[in-house]
Design a protein around this ligand. Structure first.
Ligand code: ADP
Ligand code: MG
Length: 246
């Protein structure tokens, strides 16, 4: 059975359809790349899956159970962790406190302090951030803030990790590191990952499968190799053939 099954997912904002009948599934242990140009509906799809937005119609099943329309805290307790495109950590708190707060949230508050600290330290270690209780968000660059997003999501102990635009603002070396980190999280912990990105490059070396969105609709599903050779994907990313530089 697929861990995540999205069928006919649609989200309208007034008269505008941001996500238009999107269907895809994700097998347990898989890393799926959800690609598409800016504005193609990737974050809106995530927000509908994770309960930040209520879908207009369609179905979202996690391990066979319908979760469409549940709130964000409910989907989190069922095992969906997510990172945000724009990191917004609690600046006044240490890294460890940020992660511990996420651990409490993910557990619905039903864990003790010790267990929250343990989950927080484990998440920081996985994200390669210091576990030192004095380490703060000060001085974290773009790459550090992305790692903290990841640590906060991991501290909720997700079965399914939704990673939104993990590469934004990173240089080429940091992008490779971020991609390897997601792969390691899957390989070592068996966490299933849906990775949203508008940049294809390094993502294709890590994902098992690719879904490409354009104007809210799926235009391609397949292997990373086939995505690179697909005419529709090329058109979305590079423009129509006649418009490309020779
Ligand atoms: P992506 O993440 O692929 O860049 P988004 O899912 O953020 O794209 O946005 C898809 C489309 O939906 C865009 O045209 C965006 O402007 C629009 N959109 C997103 N959120 C809202 C909202 N809350 N209200 C109105 N339009 C929105
Ligand atoms: Mg987005």
């Amino acid at each position: 059975m697929a861990l995540l099954e999205v069928a006919g997912l649609t989200k309208r904002f007034g008269g505008f359809t941001a996500v238009d009948g999107v269907s895809f599934s994700v097998a347990e242990g898989e890393i799926l790349g959800l690609l598409g140009p800016n504005g193609s509906g990737k974050s809106t799809t995530f927000n509908c899956i994770a309960g930040m937005l209520r879908p207009t119609s369609g179905s979202v099943k996690l391990a066979g159970e319908e979760i469409a329309g549940l709130t964000a805290d409910a989907t989190c307790r069922r095992g969906i962790g997510r990172t945000f495109q724009i990191p917004r950590p609690f600046r006044g708190l240490s890294l460890l406190e940020n992660a511990a707060l996420a651990a409490h949230y993910g557990a619905g508050g039903h864990i003790g302090r010790e267990e929250a600290w343990r989950r927080a330290r484990d998440a920081l270690r996985l994200a390669q951030l210091p576990e030192d209780p004095d380490a703060t968000t000060q001085g974290l660059g773009a790459a550090g803030l992305k790692k903290l997003e990841l640590a906060r999501a991991l501290a909720t102990q997700p079965k399914l990790l939704l990673a939104d635009e993990s590469l934004g603002g990173l240089d080429a070396g940091e992008m490779r590191q971020a991609a390897q980190m997601l792969k390691r999280i899957r390989d070592e912990r068996g966490i299933t990952i849906v990775w949203v990105e508008h940049i294809m490059g390094v993502l294709l070396s890590v994902v098992d499968r690719v879904v490409v969105l354009d104007h809210g609709a799926v235009i391609f599903q397949g292997t990373p190799q086939d995505a690179q050779e697909d005419a529709k994907v090329a058109e979305v990313y590079l423009g129509p053939p006649e418009a490309r530089a020779a």
